[in-house]
Design a protein around this ligand. Structure first.
Ligand SMILES: Nc1nc2c(c(=O)[nH]1)N[C@H]1C(S)=C(S)[C@@H](COP(=O)(O)O)O[C@H]1N2
Ligand SMILES: [Mo]
Length: 400
């Protein structure tokens, strides 16, 4: 990794910030806590459109909700989340090393090797940070104060992790697969390394992805290769991959053992038994959720005319079964129309027509149900790290 390039990029972005001072968001979202709105600043990282800056070092930038009108979130508007410095890996010397106590002879693959040796596979999937919407938790929990935009939906393509692991050799005693990226370490803080249970690592939809939406991954999103772990929160989607290790025992690094945990049983079984303790479990599957994209909360809508609400809904891979909208604060609910199915790991776009018959406020609520029967939370399920915020969204339109 080239440290100088990182410094240049960082200062270029700083200079850009000076030339184009961060703008406060024009229309505060009525359903964000006041503090979160006041601090929302748009800023463009090199190669990205202006995104909502949460922190600069490390870069944590969320996607403005307006971009979720697209079925596939454009790469240059896709959110960015790092725990340390962003590497700038050169394709020519990049190698993915596969090793570990439960692997055959260690091997290394360049991008061309991966493409030549293994079948291409693609999956459309939501990438959502575990802490998406953490900024909406009351009481406050520490961590990046995300609003609604620490997520996106893209078509990811590359090769199956399973094929790569099998090519190196999976020993009978393999328990977990650990993935490390080329992150440029900060002076303090543990290296970002994550592990998966073997069953999820060899799921045919778990990828070593080289592309998103048909283009090479942006550096901010993991160039040249990242894990794509459909249905699981994005903490497992290790970017700028350098090493994958087959382990014969549970991985005990900080980002598995200490971080990214939820109280045991609070959100059901983790599916990651080798990492469960009596007290807690690693966060794993995305919870069913939905979001109103258009019109924006607080928008003025016309009396006596049709307004189409547009939004998205998603879960951890069972697929969205049903979406209901209330325009009277939850007194009655009507089904929304679902758009085309983009696959069980993708989000589902939906539409709902309303025609206000009087002037005044319309309290809107939206709730999704997944094919596995799960529904969104009516009230916040508090947990120490502020994960899995999937409370039924309540907003307001004003008809006149
Ligand atoms: N190498 C590396 N990969 C990483 C991270 C990181 O800090 N370093 N953060 C993870 C977390 S917590 C999230 S939410 C996603 C964000 O993916 P994105 O930046 O492409 O949106 O990357 C994951 N992969
Ligand atoms: Mo995350």
């Amino acid at each position: 990794m080239d440290r100088r390039r990182f410094v240049l990029d960082a200062s270029a972005s700083l200079a850009f910030g000076l030339l184009l001072p961060g703008r406060a968001l024009a229309a505060p979202r009525a359903d964000l806590p006041a503090g979160a709105v006041a601090s929302a600043v748009l800023d463009a990282l090199p190669g990205k459109q202006p995104l909502i800056k949460r922190t600069f070092r490390p870069p944590n930038y969320e996607t403005p909700v307006e971009f979720f009108r697209h079925a596939h979130t454009p790469a240059d508007a896709f959110y960015v989340r790092w725990h340390a410095g962003v590497p700038d890996l050169a394709l020519a010397d990049w190698r993915l090393r596969v090793d570990g106590p439960a692997a055959g002879t260690p091997r290394e693959y360049g991008v061309a090797d991966l493409r030549r040796r293994f079948e291409r596979h693609e999956v459309t999937a939501v990438n959502q940070c575990s802490g998406n919407r953490r900024g909406l938790f009351h009481p406050h929990v520490p961590g990046v104060q995300w609003g609604y935009g620490a997520m996106g939906n893209a078509t990811w393509s590359g090769v199956r992790l399973k094929d790569v692991l099998e090519h190196t050799g999976i020993a009978p005693g393999a328990v977990e697969v650990a993935a490390d990226g080329g992150d440029v370490p900060f002076l303090t803080g543990p290296d970002f390394v994550k592990s998966l249970p073997l069953w999820k690592a060899i799921d045919p939809d778990t990828l070593v992805a080289l592309e998103m939406n048909g283009e090479p991954l942006p550096r901010w999103n993991g160039f040249p290769a990242r894990l794509v772990v459909p249905g699981w929160t994005a903490t497992y989607w290790v970017k700028a991959l350098t090493t994958i290790s087959l382990l014969d025992r549970p991985f005990d690094g900080f980002w598995m053992k200490t971080a990214y945990r939820v109280p045991r049983g609070l959100f059901g079984e983790s599916g990651f038994a080798s990492q469960d303790t009596d007290k807690n479990s690693p966060i794993t599957s995305i919870r069913v959720n939905s979001l109103v994209v258009d019109p924006a909360p607080g928008a003025a809508i016309p009396v006596g005319r049709r307004t189409e609400l547009f939004g998205i809904a998603w879960d951890g891979g069972s697929g969205i079964r049903h979406i209901e909208v209330s325009t009277d604060d939850g007194a009655s609910w009507q089904p929304a129309a679902l758009d085309r199915d983009l696959g069980r790991y993708a989000w589902r776009q939906w539409r709902f027509a309303m025609r206000p018959d009087r002037a005044g406020e319309y309290p809107i609520a939206v709730r999704a149900r997944a094919a596995d029967g799960s529904t969104q939370a009516e009230a916040l399920v508090h947990n120490p790290a502020g994960y899995h915020h999937n409370v039924v969204q309540r907003i307001r339109y004003v008809a006149s």
